[in-house]
Design a protein around this ligand. Structure first.
Ligand code: AMP
Length: 296
């Protein structure tokens, strides 16, 4: 198949760590498409949109040029590309830091010590900006620009420090490196072109993705509580608008249902237990629409 001129185009990473995350998110948001093996395009069924599979680091530039209308990529790559696009939403995945890293037992103690040294990175523009701000003599720093495997450049003898993405820190530990400074924190984002060819479809896709991304942050808690403790329970689980409270057969008890932040579930369960709640159950939420869409 080929791309149609008037269909919205969504750029999705063709391979690499974001490829699977992006595909999974789109499918969960109800954008169904089938990618033939090695195909560069796929049509989204039931929506006026095509998907095009691209290199993650080309997505910001292709979006700015209007070749694609929406794109999924890393905010680190958006910053590095220095192009004119809108970040429509954060997708809640792929969180990482861009950090200046140096040997564990070396003599580089601060950014100022980078003057006159060699720094390897695949983020030359972001690194240059950092050096200009934090190193007295940024022109004396020799930047070694690479497309990958930056973490081994110190042991290869090509660099004295590196600027690279760090997620868990295990790559650093394996290479006997430590973080000297953090340049920025990044995550996977949905970007939009200023030349977007179909704003209504773009908004509809953003709304669908928001449903899934927000749902991933919340759980639904259900529990039974003595009516005398209901007010305290409601203050612990105020819910999104307010909790749903149902009567039980026993007039001294009621059942409460409320959304809670997923990362707070355990402590909230403990607090509910302390005030006498029983049968506390957690349910995951697959998708949601929490407030009125702009269209009503
Ligand atoms: P880690 O060992 O978990 O700290 O991961 C570090 C390695 O994964 C480095 O080689 C990074 O270039 C790469 N990396 C980490 N997070 C990301 C990300 N969000 N996007 C792309 N590459 C990443």
């Amino acid at each position: 198949m080929s791309l149609s001129d008037n269909m919205l185009r969504i750029g999705v990473p063709s391979k690499g760590r974001l490829s699977e995350l992006a595909t999974e998110l789109l499918l969960q948001a109800g954008l169904s498409f089938r990618r033939q093996e090695r195909a560069l395009f796929a049509r989204v069924s039931g929506l006026s949109a095509d998907i095009t599979f691209l290199r993650t680091d080309d997505i910001p530039t292709l979006c700015a040029e209007g070749a694609i209308d929406l794109g999924i990529t890393g905010s680190d790559l958006v910053e590095e590309a220095q192009v004119d696009i809108d970040v429509r939403m954060k997708l809640g995945v792929g969180r990482c830091k861009l950090a200046v890293c140096v040997p564990l037992h070396g003599n580089i103690q601060s950014a100022a010590d980078l003057a006159g040294r060699r720094v390897a990175t695949s983020f030359p523009r972001t690194t240059q900006r950092y050096l200009e701000k934090h190193t007295g003599d940024s022109k004396s720093v020799h930047l070694v620009e690479l497309n990958g495997s930056v973490e081994i450049m110190i042991s290869l003898g090509v660099a004295d420090a590196i600027v690279d993405l760090v997620e868990t820190g295990s790559t650093l530990a394996a290479n006997q490196l430590r973080i000297l400074d953090i340049i920025g924190e990044y995550e996977t984002v949905l970007i939009q072109s200023p030349k977007c060819r179909d704003q209504a479809t773009a908004d509809r896709i953003v709304r669908r993705l928001e449903g899934v991304v927000i749902a991933r942050d919340y759980s639904l808690l259900e529990y039974n509580i003595p009516r005398s403790k209901l007010a305290v329970a409601e203050s612990i689980t105020p819910g999104f608008t307010s909790p749903t409270v149902n009567s039980l057969e026993d007039p001294n008890w009621c059942a409460v249902r409320a959304m809670v932040k997923r990362k707070e579930v355990i402590t909230i369960m403990e607090r509910l237990e302390q005030i006498g709640a029983i049968a506390i159950l957690e349910f995951s939420i697959n998708n949601c629409r929490l407030d009125q869409s702009p269209g009503g």
